[in-house]
Design a protein around this ligand. Sequence first.
Ligand code: NAD
Length: 279
Amino acid sequence: MSPAEGAPEGVVPPQLLKGQKALVTGANSGIGKATAVGLGRAGADVVVNYVAGREAAEQVVEEITSFGVRAAAYEADVSQEDQVVAMMDRMVQEFGTIDILVANAGLQRDASFTEMSLAQWQKVLDVNLTGQFLCAREATKEFLRRGVVPEVSRAAGKIICMSSVHQLIPWAGHVNYASSKGGVQMMMETLAQELAPKKIRVNAIAPGAIKTPINRSAWETPEARQDLLRLIPYDRIGEPEDIAHAAVGLASDLMDYVVGTTLYVDGGMTLFPGFATGG
Ligand code: NAD
C-alpha cells in the first residue's frame, strides 16, 4: 500500500499545498512566522503580513522563497478596514487569488479588571476579533468569486482563526484577551455554519502555552517555566512549529471534512490537570 493511498487524489506530502496561495497575518514573529514558513515548505505561495518590523518580515519571505515558492511581505494593520481591503486587493492582483487565510495577528494588553482602561480593552478587541472578522470577510469575497478549482483544492477556501485555550479557560487579569478569544470561537463557528454550503471551511486552532515573544515572562526564567509546566500534562512548553504543523494539516485536503472545529494544540492544558489528583 503506497503512503498516499486513501488520501484525496493528488495530495501527496510534502507538496500538500502545492499551487495554493496563503495569507498569514502577523507573520513576522512567533506562531505566524512558523506557520508562514510551514505553509511555504508544504508548497504554498505565501503573503507575510506585518504591521511593524519590515526587516523581520523580509527575512521570513527569504526563508519561504528558499523552498522554491513565491512569497512577499505586505504591511497592513488588520484592525483597519481600508488596510485589510487594500492588502487583499493587492494579493489578488499579485498572486492571482487566495486559497488559505490564517488569521493569526494578535496581542495582549494586560491589566487587573478595575485598572483596565477602555483603550486597553478596545485595542485587544480591535486586533484580535475585529481584525479576524475583516480578514475573513475580505478573503471570503474572493473565495466566493472564484469558487472551487478542483486541481487546487476540494474547498473554495480555508480560513483558520488563531484562537487560544482562553476561549475556554477564564483568565484573570486578561479580561480583554479572554473575551476576544471567546468571540473568535463564536465568530468562527457562525462563519463555518454560514459558509460550509459554499465549500468554504472555517476552523480554529487554540494554542496552549507556546514559546513566543507574546508570553516571554511565562517561560523566560526557570521559576516561571516550572509554574507553567504544572499546567501542561504533556510536560513541555509548545514551540511555534507545533502550531504550524496543525495549520498546514487543517489547510490541506487531508482535513477536507473538518468544518467548524477548534483544534486544541496545548499539550493537554485544557484537560484541567488540577483534577488529576483531586476533585
Ligand atoms: P507574537 O507577539 O510573536 O506575534 C503576534 C503577531 O501579530 C506579531 O507579528 C505582531 O506584529 C502581529 N500584530 C499585532 N497587532 C497587529 C495588527 N494590528 N495588524 C497586523 N499584525 C499585528 O505572538 P504569538 O504568540 O505568535 O501570537 C500569535 C497568535 O497566537 C495571537 O493571536 C495569539 O493570541 C495566539 N496565541 C498565542 C499563544 C502563545 O502561547 N504564544 C497562545 C494562545 C494563542
